[in-house]
Write a protein that binds this ligand. Sequence first.
Ligand SMILES: NC(=O)C1=CN([C@@H]2O[C@H](COP(=O)(O)OP(=O)(O)OC[C@H]3O[C@@H](n4cnc5c(N)ncnc54)[C@H](OP(=O)(O)O)[C@@H]3O)[C@@H](O)[C@H]2O)C=CC1
Ligand SMILES: Nc1nc(O)c(N)c(N[C@@H]2O[C@H](COP(=O)(O)O)[C@@H](O)[C@H]2O)n1
Length: 224
Amino acid sequence: MRPRVYMMAAVTVDGRIASKTGYSKLSCPYDLRRLHAMRAMVDAVVVGANTAITDNPRLTVRYAEGRNPIRVLIDGALRAPTDLRLFDKSAPTIVFTTSKAPSEKIKELQEKGVEVIVTEGTTVDPAEVVAHLGKRGVEKVLLEGGGKTNWEFLRRCLVDELIITVTPYVLGRGVSLVDGEGFADTEEAPFELRLLEAKLCQCGREIVLHYEVKCKNQLTQNII
Ligand SMILES: NC(=O)C1=CN([C@@H]2O[C@H](COP(=O)(O)OP(=O)(O)OC[C@H]3O[C@@H](n4cnc5c(N)ncnc54)[C@H](OP(=O)(O)O)[C@@H]3O)[C@@H](O)[C@H]2O)C=CC1
Ligand SMILES: Nc1nc(O)c(N)c(N[C@@H]2O[C@H](COP(=O)(O)O)[C@@H](O)[C@H]2O)n1
């Protein structure tokens, strides 16, 4: 069985996860604690190249109790600089890339103890990433964005639960929670969202929405 995939993000009222300049610090301290508690609950946390480059995240557990998950970066052309915090020794890190990655950069990362997996094709197939993690015993994966990576996972029905915090801001042009080609209408989406919970954050200014993502194929199979 493939690992269960949770997608978590903080969005503005107009659905942005970052501004036009890449600013993304939207969450209140309570929301950050929820994020870190989730990191402690999963076995691996996944981000895309732009998030790694723009935010230079640590992806470790700091505002909750628990162990650090494996950090996973999807970076087709290995654009991420090798001095990112992701590549420090605080947690195991895996990079999924393609033959577009410069070989000297792969070597540099390997010397830092980072595992680099070069997949076939011109882009990394997220299904392959999830399957690979499953084979290594990973049972729970947290997808932390950004928008393009969220789209690549969602359009393939690779997300099982969505936890979205709506924050009291409007940014206008910027990065969308799900940033891809898009669906023509709600029917075209290969999944349905079922609301599990909607709650007010302890800060009193944010709403936490928790959905189950049901793949329509699986729904049909269940009906038959
Ligand atoms: N508010 C929040 O909760 C969060 C906000 N953010 C924000 O999101 C922004 C970044 O989002 P966005 O620009 O959409 O980018 P992403 O972080 O999703 O990175 C996208 C890039 O990752 C690489 N990538 C992702 N999936 C694949 C794949 N399947 N195969 C190959 N490469 C892949 C590609 O790089 P390439 O094109 O080189 O192949 C792609 O362009 C940042 O500003 C960050 O701050 C991020 C997370 C949470
Ligand atoms: N859930 C959530 N809320 C926000 O407001 C955010 N900005 C993010 N961003 C994610 O967290 C990463 C930063 O992590 P570190 O604190 O450096 O460990 C960032 O890169 C996004 O993945 N998430």
